[in-house]
Design a protein around this ligand. Sequence first.
Ligand code: SAM
Length: 260
Amino acid sequence: MFLHPRKRFGQNFLTDQQIIKKIILAIQPRSNDNIVEIGPGQGALTYPLLEHVESLNVVEIDRDLCAVLSKIEKLTIHCQDVLKFDFAAAFENHSVRIVGNLPYNISTPLLFHLFEYSDQIIDMHLMLQKEVVDRLTAMPNCKNYGRLSVMAQYYAEVYKLFEVNPSSFFPAPKVTSAVICVKPRPHRELEKIQEEDFSRLVKQAFSQRRKTLRNNLKLLLNEENIRACDIDPGARAETLTLQEFILLQRRLISLTKQKA
Ligand code: SAM
């Protein structure tokens, strides 16, 4: 396949056979796995995956690539924007494994979209910018720790597997990449219905990084309520653990119940 890479779709095609082998080895695909590949592109991961599985689903936005891919046997193509792709409807809530060398321009919204289906996802092997991987795996008090770290670690365990140099792609991206394995948590601390509010609270807490919780959360929780969780209202969001964010959310839930 020799289609000209399209920048607007974040097309940096993997060309390094050693890296491709390493990714397939990490995935360990089994014949009856229900794998969904996001952004198959010219098939760098698709063809090796097809050597292991009976069938494969791919979600690709580029119609020209979809036309070429449609000639491949055992492949089901969903030619659409993955950010609008309803995994639950497409696979009738059946469990899936996700694989993808992701388009970097949409990596953060895509991760949040995927977390919406985390009950259905067994695991994800993803290639992302190293900078995003550093944020996903960051711990409190680190400069990379933020909303993405808290939400990702709430939904899943995230393991960094290895880094990939720009020279492994065509065209070479400007940044280093990394492959991660994400394992969604089967049991989460909050009820599903409360998760949207939790995401809002975490976003609000980090809305102005230099400001304290007292300031950032003032519309949601007053100082007294923050203190009731054994958390200093003068602290910044970047110092809080995931468990402390969950305590704040539980406090918010009990206040809302009291008001109702
Ligand atoms: N998997 C191929 C590889 O490793 O060489 C291609 C990876 S390339 C970084 C990203 C792929 O995602 C491209 O094929 C691109 O067209 C596709 N893509 C970009 N935005 C997308 C979107 N919103 N929905 C689905 N696919 C998208």
